[in-house]
Design a protein around this ligand. Structure first.
Ligand code: ATP
Ligand code: MG
Length: 591
């Protein structure tokens, strides 16, 4: 139970509600003020018409039915018909305008959120699981939309309708009105109690649903593992339990929610009882007319709906504010890796790259990931990084595009500290082929073309030919127009690698960062890739995390890492002759 409460924490509003509301109003609602005003106009008209109908009951009864003034029936009937038509039209207009506004707001918040995410550092994405970020952009923003449009219109509309109807009631019989409002506070107390319980429950339902969807996405992503280890029954049970929990909670919340029905109906029955008894006597005494009484009853029964809706609004508003808090919290994140005020535009050919006493420590870890790393890569040469798992190879590579900045020390490209360069121009100098290749759910054109903005088709084909990918691409069902499925499921490991290499060739950048795949390719594929890689490395300064024999044998310089330090460096033959760490790793087959 304690764990539950702690888990529920992030769902609660921590920022002041007024601050949150002012921010939503100022940034997202104010730009659409014209729409808000128009919707308000329709809302006022529709509320007034509702009360107008209740008012009309009086002349209908008194003039037509009691006094028998039958000629008036056409006029009154038509007026009531007109009221209903106009109420339909204004309510429709109001709903459409508000939906439009709500969707505009959602779109704007989602765009702002995604823009913020795209500026953030790699570290941010390593700390926040993608499922959570997606939930911020989709679920939370939708909860916000619901409560913003409910809040602006629902609140105003229902309050106004209620005001008009209550006015009608007081106009018709102030004493009876006072009597009715003596009973209503009891309903209000009950509604508030139900609302509070529901809010708590809906928070828990959201949480359990999030957990269930996390579970499902993990299972589907890891379906190979699930099947290979025969864990289907285990997963069925786990998800079955989670589904069961969500179901129980939903049923419980519906039960609580509808508890208000019998209680409210009883109270309303009591009020109607009072109206009929008191009103009946009053009409009999001649204190009021039958028309006035019916008009009163109509107004009263119609005021029930807006009152119920107002009660529900608070819960929706609270949930919306909770979501807004989470959304703004993310939107306010700023990247830590920034440019200096007047950065230099990088533009190099065969640059030298130099690490000077670079140290790095991940926030989460005690131990230094890099500890005094110094080396130089000369322009146009190949440097290979080798070392046991966790020795810091990927960390070194991530520092060149400034995915992380050194805690101590600096990195120079042709004598320029990389922190003085504009980020985009620095990254423009780099082609990256990573271990886990990303294939986008798009055509081959787009996937290879990712390497260069606005690449021409013949450039893409040329790059594919150089990467020896052209042959297999042409054999795909629609050639270059083939959509590669989600995560490129339609391609083999080697094919994916060749797409990635084509991408890098197309980028034609002076610096090449290569994280070799650890999966063993067959001899023929290995030879083919080797040839294309040699082609790719020509004329560029290359840093490669090496798992292949051929890579280390051909490297101009090998850096051997151990626990964040360079323990040996040199060419393959020299290092072997040394019979040290490298010889040991090499003897074990590198990987
Ligand atoms: N995002 C991170 N947060 C915290 N610690 C990290 C992170 N990434 C790496 N580390 C730690 O930093 C150290 C170096 O990791 P790095 O990824 O550079 O190793 P590696 O040599 O690339 O290993 P491998 O061969 O397994 O890819 C390891 O101890 C690792 O646990
Ligand atoms: Mg690594």
């Amino acid at each position: 139970m304690k764990e539950k409460i702690e888990n529920a924490q992030p769902l609660q509003v921590r920022t002041n509600s007024v601050v949150l509301m002012r921010r939503i109003m100022k940034n997202y609602v104010a730009p659409h003020m014209g729409k808000v005003l128009l919707a308000t106009f329709f809302m006022i008209v529709s509320s007034a018409l509702t009360a107008g109908f209740a008012m009309m009951m009086e002349p209908v009864i008194d003039e037509v039915l009691t006094q028998g003034n039958i000629s008036r029936v056409w006029l009154l009937g038509s007026a009531i018909f007109f009221i209903f038509v106009m109420r339909g039209i204004t309510t429709y207009q109001h709903t459409i305008i508000m939906t439009n506004l709500g969707q505009n707001i959602v779109g704007q918040i989602q765009r702002d959120l995604v823009s913020t995410f795209l500026t953030l550092d790699l570290a941010f994405f390593q700390q926040n699981p993608s499922g959570q970020l997606i939930s911020r952009v989709i679920n939370d923003v939708n909860v916000m939309r619901a409560s913003v449009s409910d809040g602006i219109t629902g609140f105003g509309k229902n309050l106004l309708t209620l005001f008009f109807l209550v006015s009608v009631m007081f106009y018709q019989d102030w004493f009876l009105s006072c009597l009715v409002f003596l009973i209503f506070p009891f309903t209000a107390i009950f509604v508030v109690w139900v609302g509070r319980r529901l809010r708590k429950m809906s928070g828990r339902i959201q949480e359990d649903m999030a957990r269930l969807s996390d579970m499902l996405s993990q299972i589907f992503q890891g379906i190979r593992l699930v099947k290979a280890y025969g864990m289907e029954d285990h997963e069925r049970e786990r998800t079955g339990y989670a589904i069961h929990k969500v179901r129980e909670l939903v049923i419980k919340s519906v039960r609580v929610n509808n508890l208000s029905t019998p209680v409210n109906e009883t109270l309303v029955g009591l009020v109607v009882f009072a109206i009929i008894v008191y009103g009946g006597y009053s009409v009999a005494d001649g204190g009021s007319t039958a028309g006035e009484l019916l008009s009163f009853i109509t107004a009263f029964s119609m005021s029930y709906e807006p009152m119920k809706k107002l009660a529900k609004l608070n819960a929706s508003l609270q949930m919306g504010l909770g979501a807004a808090d989470r959304v703004f919290h993310m939107m306010d994140r700023r990247p830590e890796i920034k440019e200096i005020v007047a950065p230099t535009r990088a533009n190099y050919t065969k640059p030298d790259i130099m690490f000077e006493k670079v140290e790095y420590k991940y926030d989460a870890n005690e131990r230094m990931a890099l500890d005094g790393v110094s080396f130089t890569m000369f322009g146009g040469t190949v440097t290979a990084l080798v070392g046991p798992s966790g020795s810091g190879k990927t960390t070194i590579m991530n520092m060149i595009p400034r995915f992380f900045d050194p805690s101590v020390g600096r990195i120079l490209i042709d004598k320029d500290d990389i922190r003085t360069l504009s980020l985009s121009s620095l990254r423009q100098q780099i082609a990256l082929v990573s271990q886990d290749i990303t294939i986008f759910d798009d055509t081959v054109w787009a996937n290879v073309g990712y390497g260069k903005h606005g690449a021409y088709q013949d450039e893409i084909i040329k790059a594919a030919i150089a990467a020896e990918a052209d042959d297999f691409i042409r054999r795909l069902p629609q050639g270059y127009d083939t959509r590669l499925g989600e995560e490129g499921l339609k391609l083999s490991g080697g094919q994916r690698q060749r797409i990635a290499i084509a991408r890098a060739i197309l980028r034609n950048a002076p610096i090449l960062l290569l994280d070799e795949a650890t999966s063993a390719l067959d001899n023929e594929a290995e030879r083919a890739i080797q040839a294309t890689l040699a082609e790719l490395q020509k004329g560029r300064t290359t840093l490669v995390i090496a798992h292949r024999l051929s890579t280390v044998q051909n490297a101009d310089q090998i850096l051997v890492l151990e626990e964040g330090r360079i323990v040996e460096r040199g060419r393959h033959e020299d290092l072997l002759a040394k019979a040290g760490v490298y010889a040991r790793i090499y003897g074990a087959g590198l990987r």
